[in-house]
Design a protein around this ligand. Sequence first.
Ligand code: KG4
Ligand code: ZN
Length: 325
Amino acid sequence: MLILGIETSCDETSAAIVEDGIGVRSNIVASQISIHSKYGGVVPEIACRAHLDSILPVISQALEEANCNWAEVAGIAVTTSPGLVGSLIVGVQAAKTLAWSRNLPLIPVNHVHAHAYSAVWAKEKWGLPAVALVASGGHTGIYLATEIDAPPRELGRTVDDAAGEAFDKVAKLLGLEYPGGPIIDRLARSGNKKAVKFPRAMMKKDSLDFSFSGLKTSVLYFLRDNETARTEDIAASFQEAVVDVLVGKVRIAALQEGVRHLFLCGGVASNTRLRERFLELENEGFICAISPAEFCTDNAAMIAGLGYHLLKKGITAPLTVEAKP
Ligand code: KG4
Ligand code: ZN
């Protein structure tokens, strides 16, 4: 069964054709990075206009690359929540219009659930129940996933900045471009992660919530007082602090829930050091499914993939469904 997925929750316009929830026939992602980078972050109004320009060509390209015609499409899955409202509306409206004109079921998909779903592409490492770390620019939380087609239950979350947001804000302090996450990742490889001892805000011992705003402020003060410090060392030390908190909390969650399967997903899951440290949890008997890099950052394959399972369960939306920020 082929599902068309549409994703426009932030600054990537994406459409994909996925077979039976797993076979990715196409996954087109039109990134707006070059448009937003000069502003140092995503400008919501500009993002939704750029989605308007790209949405139809991206959908056509997804169908073309998949060698698929409309008669073969069984349903249209779209991100309805959460995200930037103007951006979401573009995808939701396109999906509604196509569902109506092609007489196809419309499948509403939660973006965070879809990120957690993307661990399925780790293939044999995937299994349920699992503790999933979803770390991206808009949200960072730890979830308990028990069924593939049911929203994972939130166990803990950042009380302030999302992990990707922390990477991007610290990159800005370091004078790097947007999005800073991948740049910090690259610089950190030649830096000393023990150069600066930045704080690890773990909140209360057994709590699964965490915080990144204090860390960001520490970097700000450190930079003010140490103008000659190497950027690579600060990048590596900051990154290590974020990774310590994320991996530490996932470990606590897995022990609390008595779960062996762990998922690592979301844009920040592309981070080399996070992937490395996450995998080390296998030494303690956990099975770690890490979403392949192409499915970590926002993409429509994860929307179409999850959409297949939701449709099988009978979850569809009326054409009156609205985007929820
Ligand atoms: O999941 P995503 O594409 O969009 C949201 O749903 O937010 O995540 C984007 C975020 C950005 O903050 C970006 O800096 C971060 O993921 N990111 C990374 C890396 N690649 C992307 N952060 C750290 N290391 C990376 N390699
Ligand atoms: Zn995302």
